[in-house]
Design a protein around this ligand. Structure first.
Ligand SMILES: Cc1ncc(COP(=O)(O)O)c(C=O)c1O
Length: 449
């Protein structure tokens, strides 16, 4: 076994999904690694025994928080002073949006495949201050053409904002080229790395952008409630802190002026989310230990494999980039036909049908054991026109068999039983209580790798 394989096996052992659950990382969130969970739990245990403000504990914790800041900053090719801890990717985006000083008529370039968190705040600014959101089309592949971005830039453009890896299309954008186009025109660039962090190299050197937002609960496998914002040192003062209070602000006694540190800590206010930061530190340590290039290579390999397997399913259709090298981990797809349609004749009939996709074809053999990759999961997301995430629980523990409602219906009625369960074709419903071995092998493969 190579050194890398040994580390990945150890990391795999820290993935506690167990045999009862299959997990679709449907571009929403990944199971946190054991190391991340332990870091948070250990700290919380300590606070329950001593209280969080035992001076020696507090001092050790703050020292640790700053060490993690340096490690996370290095992971995104930033200086520690350029990195702020946030609650999530959305908050990071909003800190940029709310922090920049806008004038009516300023333009913001946004692709048409962005997730709501990189749309809503810009639309709100349209209403509030009269900025203009200019949409760039990703086309049928979802891969942005830097030339189109250039064409969208005018002398009113202040910012280009886009996701490096789209949760909708699975497209990896030509991030550096787009940021260079922006820089050539004196326009700021904000890269939303929510899906990219922990899956591929992310950073200021890599991308030459001005701001990076991300969360840690996806590819990085941190816990919920933790995100980051990286701001170039020379732009720190150009963002007004949105959140203000103890931790980031002080009042000048003579002038009464509110002061902030000249570091990204100016964007953090109030008590830091220590458990989430400690978990983030552990997640980054794991990813850096495995090597982000190695993780990236492995996810690319899995993506190619999954894409090929999906294409081999009669009636399945893959969306997003034409070239699999422009995909990473997220495979939007639909299929036609019925789960009971096992015979080739029915499958091919389904494939040629123009009916909307409702189910996956079923294979008679059970899922095969997959390789031992412990890291970020390949993701199957639902097609661009649908919402993205559902968590498949294969036991009946949380979904009594006598509840006939779909997760969508449960959500609408305010009692979701599946986390973010929104899309579930009828056939999924019919099969939800079957043991994992009865599910389509691709599911098992993607979940277990
Ligand atoms: C592309 C993209 N951007 C932003 C976000 C928002 O991140 P968060 O949920 O941490 O606020 C998500 C995920 O939910 C995402 O997929």
């Amino acid at each position: 076994m190579t050194d890398w394989q040994t580390r990945q096996t150890a990391h795999r052992a820290g993935t506690a999904l167990g045999d009862e659950h299959l997990y679709f990382d449907t571009a929403a969130a990944a199971p946190p690694s054991a190391a991340a969970v332990e870091a948070a739990v250990e700290y919380l245990g300590q606070t329950s025994r001593t209280g969080p403000y035992l001076p020696s504990l507090r001092s050790a914790v703050y020292t640790r928080v700053e060490k993690i800041r340096a490690e996370v900053a290095a992971f995104v090719q930033a200086a520690p002073e350029e990195l702020a801890f946030t609650r999530n990717g959305t908050e990071s985006i909003c800190l940029v949006a709310r922090g920049l000083r806008w004038r009516a008529g300023d333009e913001i370039v946004v692709p048409d495949t962005e997730m709501l968190s990189n749309i809503a705040i810009w639309r709100l600014l349209e209403q509030e201050v009269g900025v203009r959101v200019v949409t760039v089309e990703g086309g049928h592949t979802g891969v942005l053409d830097p030339a189109r971005v250039r064409d969208a830039i005018t002398d009113r453009t202040r910012l280009v904002t886009f996701a490096a890896l789209s949760n909708v299309t699975g497209a990896v954008q030509p991030v550096r080229e787009i940021c260079e186009v922006a820089a050539q025109h004196g326009v700021l660039s904000h890269v939303n790395a929510a899906q990219a962090l922990g899956m591929m190299p992310v950073g200021f050197e890599e991308w030459r952008c001005d701001f990076i937002s991300a969360c840690s609960r996806k590819g990085l496998r941190g816990i919920e409630g933790s995100g980051i914002l990286a701001v170039r040192e020379h732009l720190l003062e150009s963002l007004t802190p949105t959140l203000v209070g103890w931790w980031n602000a002080s009042v000048d006694e003579s002038s009464g002026e509110i002061r902030f540190p000249h570091s990204a800590r100016r964007f953090e206010a109030g008590s830091p989310n220590v458990p989430a930061i400690l978990a983030l530190g552990a997640a980054v340590e794991t990813a850096a230990g495995l090597g982000i290039e190695a993780i990236h290579d492995r996810v690319r390999e899995l993506t190619r494999h999954a894409a090929n397997r999906l294409r081999s399913i009669p009636g399945a259709q893959l969306y997003g980039p034409d070239d699999d090298s422009n995909r990473l981990g997220i495979l939007p797809s639909t299929s036609t036909g019925s789960t009971r349609a096992n015979s080739p004749s029915r499958s091919s009939a389904a494939a040629s049908s123009s009916r909307p996709a409702t189910s996956w074809p079923r294979r008679s053999s059970p899922p095969t054991a997959s390789s031992a990759w412990p890291g970020p999961r390949c993701t199957i997301s639902t097609p661009p026109t649908r919402s993205t995430a559902w968590f498949w629980r294969s036991t009946q523990r949380e979904e009594p068999a006598n509840d006939p409602r779909t997760p969508n219906e449960q959500l609408q009625e305010g009692r979701p039983r599946l986390s973010r369960a929104r899309v579930r074709p009828a056939a999924h419903r019919a099969r939800r209580h079957q043991p994992p071995s009865a599910l389509h092998p691709l599911r098992g493969r993607l979940l277990l790798v």
